[in-house]
Design a binder for this molecule. Structure first.
Ligand code: ZN
Length: 382
């Protein structure tokens, strides 16, 4: 069965904090520290992290959902589906125009404290790998030494639908500028005015511009029909058998072509996750002893099923997310609200505060001499 990326849009209930002591920041850190060092019955003794859009919010990228689990941030946002992208030249013009405007903002954005803290958790031996739903590549940039699996692909490359050749997205941006000088001037003006910068969200909202997590921008009232995009260079020079690839004098892909369409190297909604990726993320879950969800409502089935898979294998589940999580009651049904976090934890603190504090807590724990950490033994004469 191919595993498809499908959005899930039902409203989600507010979380029940478990243990109840984890409702404060320091309580949450204690519970998370317990969780990461809790007893395990299987696996490598480490934790696999599953991260979502919530971890990139502090980098200036929008979350898909507001804290109550609905699409409050951008009600009109409807991501493009893979079949629409493949079938329609008009849909691709619209997609690439919006991506063109959104790229500068995304390209300038950097990982935040939460991503670096995840890397430190890896250095401390607490985390074995990271599975991310995000397409911004912040995890591999922040912690190249800790394995990251990008479940939904990445925006840093484009990929040809026909021959699967990948190309650098930054170079593609230059190609788009050359093909669309009027758009390049518009983008320059937007950047000049500060309307697209992450530092100025109020101005961006005032102008009605919205940057979405997949890296595109909504510009009300803009006509996308004039936008032009290039063909796959490999297919252009050597078209796959039975196809033709034609370009205009300026190098724009022509709709008379039957191949050579470039798409972002993300798994679009309605697109199947490649089998090697599916297998790799399942292995990352199966080899670990626990799973910790960071900044995700598990709205996509491909992410939710990984947590379900872990739970079915008896692995403790931890969730650190501001809003509700799809089906979370079944992940925590067997836990009591008092006690520590060793068997599972559900808390709702900002990641960029909680994770660096968690790293500090674990470092203090490591620094303590072994004898102080062992269980107190009463003297035999007591
Ligand atoms: Zn190609």
């Amino acid at each position: 069965m191919p595993l498809m990326r499908i959005p899930y849009t039902s409203p989600l209930p507010s979380p029940t904090i478990i243990p109840s002591s984890a409702s404060t920041l320091s309580g949450a850190i204690t519970a998370l520290a317990d969780f990461l060092s809790g007893p395990t019955s299987r696996g490598n003794g480490k934790t696999v992290i599953l991260s979502g859009a919530g971890i990139s919010v502090a980098s200036g990228l929008a979350d898909y959902r507001g804290s109550n689990g609905t699409y409050t941030l951008n009600k009109t946002y409807r991501p493009i589906y893979f079949h629409e992208f493949c079938a329609s030249h008009e849909a691709r013009k619209r997609y690439w125009a919006r991506s063109y405007l959104g790229w500068t903002n995304l390209h300038k954005s950097r990982p935040n404290k939460a991503h670096y803290a995840v890397g430190q958790l890896g250095e401390l031996g607490a985390v074995s790998s990271v599975v991310t739903q995000n397409v911004d590549s912040f995890h591999p940039v922040a912690h190249p030494g800790l394995k990251t699996l990008e479940l939904h692909g990445y925006l840093r490359s484009t990929v040809c639908i026909s021959c699967r050749t990948e190309y650098n997205r930054e170079n593609f941006q230059k190609d788009l500028s050359d093909l669309n000088p009027a758009w390049a001037a518009f983008l320059a003006e937007m950047l000049e005015s500060g309307a697209l910068t992450t530092e100025n969200p109020d101005e961006r909202r005032r102008r009605g511009l919205k940057t979405n997590p997949d890296g595109d921008v909504d510009v009300p009232g803009v006509e996308y029909g004039t936008f032009r995009y290039p063909a796959c260079p490999a297919c252009l020079h050597n078209p796959p058998e039975g196809t033709k690839v034609e370009q205009a004098a300026d190098g724009a892909w022509l709709p008379s072509s039957t191949a050579g369409i470039l798409k972002p190297a993300v798994i679009m909604f309605g697109e199947s996750i490649p089998n090697p990726v599916k297998v790799a993320v399942e292995e990352a879950v199966d080899e670990a002893s626990r799973i910790l969800v960071l900044g995700s409502s598990l709205a996509t089935y491909s992410a939710w099923r990984l947590v379900k898979r872990a739970k079915e294998q008896g692995m403790p589940v931890g969730v650190l997310n501001l809003g509700g999580v799809r089906g979370e009651e079944q992940f925590f049904a067997d836990l009591s609200q008092d006690g520590a976090g060793g068997r599972g934890v559900r808390c709702a603190q900002p990641l960029e505060e909680a994770l660096p504090a968690l790293v500090e807590r674990l470092k203090q724990g490591k620094a303590m001499p072994e004898v102080a950490r062992s269980v107190f033994q009463p003297a035999p004469w007591a």
